[in-house]
Design a protein around this ligand. Sequence first.
Ligand code: ADP
Ligand code: MG
Length: 468
Amino acid sequence: MSDAENTWSPDDMRDASDSSTDPHSSLDEAWQRVTHRMRKDIGEAAWRNWIKPLRVSRLEDGTLTLEASSTLARERVTSQYADRLRVISAAECGAVRKVEVRVVNGGAPRLSQQKPRTEAPTRTEADALGAGLDPRYTFANFVVGKPNELAFAVARRTAESTNVAFNPLFLYGGVGLGKTHLMHAIAWHIREQDPSRHVVYLSAEKFMYRFVQALRFRDTMSFKEQFRSVDVLMIDDVQFISGKDSTQEEFFHTFNALVEDGRQVIVSADKSPTDLEGLEERLRSRLGWGMVADIHPADYELRLGILQAKAERARIPVPDKVLEFLAHRISSNVRELEGALTRIAAHASLVGREITIDSAADLLSDLLRSSNRTISIDDIQKRVSAHYGVRVAEMFSARRARNIARPRQVAMYLAKTLTSLSYPEIGRQFGGRDHTTVMHAVRSIEGLIASDSGIAEDVQLLRSLLAN
Ligand code: ADP
Ligand code: MG
């Protein structure tokens, strides 16, 4: 499932009957939604006394007119609830700038065909709500370890709080480390706890798509209203709107409106707010105001934990030794771990034989090949020296003759791209060189790969030799 499809859309909340052509009936329905939300906001008793008896009369020129049955009721509503009513009505009914209450003595309620909205969303609505959410992405299915414990804890806290805990909650980390999983988990949890809370989950890409569509149909007003009426807004992979200025602008305003109104906003990205390039400064800084939690690449223990949990849940009998082998040899991307397990399971059920380390290695050779862990700096130095016909000792020597310096640079480049070692660590293993020397070497070779096909071929050949 692509993230772009994981849309939990505000549209899904709208009753199908909204398409009714009777303007009164749609105003009534909007009013039902307003009172429904007021009930949650101000509590049952106040709601029963002051809001429930109100009738909606009309919406004209931005003024929403309500009818009360006594002066006392009018005063009370005007002094205590008018602001809240205005904000919520603006979200539910469109351009409401003012709320007026008139007294109608003994006024019989206007007859209308609509049925009052029930407290919780109906079954159909609830199903539509969850349509884009992956049922497997729950807190219960999330394996917690050192690299993700902070992100997990704040996600849980956010999901459990009835008031706004951290605003915004900003989750970031590399590909396949569980950002989307945690966001869906929050949505599931909230939905379970309080189905009346209006949660919208969508990818930044989808957000932009909708916005562009609204621009095209000159309907930005209702676009805004849609988003501004949510209780919890989640935007996944916000880096997608980098460099897309008008979408950013719109997101910024939506974001501010929600935060100011005390709604929860949750955002994910592949980098921290400060490192997100192509994002307007004010948006970047705004995103960092709440809680920023990062997910680190999974370490060995977490990888093993995830593999064990998934194997168990899927009832795939994989020996511990094989799981340990996989945890060692497959990189930190959890999605790849899952892929490996699926493949092993499929194979095991086809051949009907127990899986061993050898058969796993065979089956997953392509995945293991791309893993950092299989290649040592030692291997690299030996292979590169042999390829260029220089002595291995030259890798550590101080000689700067070109026929020696170039192979050394290639080796440093391969060390950087094929292992997880840092620049300083690589420098140390090349005769105690400074990290800037390694950085320079990596950049030079990158440049040469682009401009010199001889070097490009050397590097490619060495790469494939090393990977086997
Ligand atoms: P991201 O959005 O960060 O790219 P995803 O949330 O899509 O990553 O995670 C990729 C896959 O790995 C998903 O199938 C997810 O369920 C799984 N996954 C990631 N982290 C964990 C974890 N800690 N426990 C269990 N499954 C995980
Ligand atoms: Mg994701």
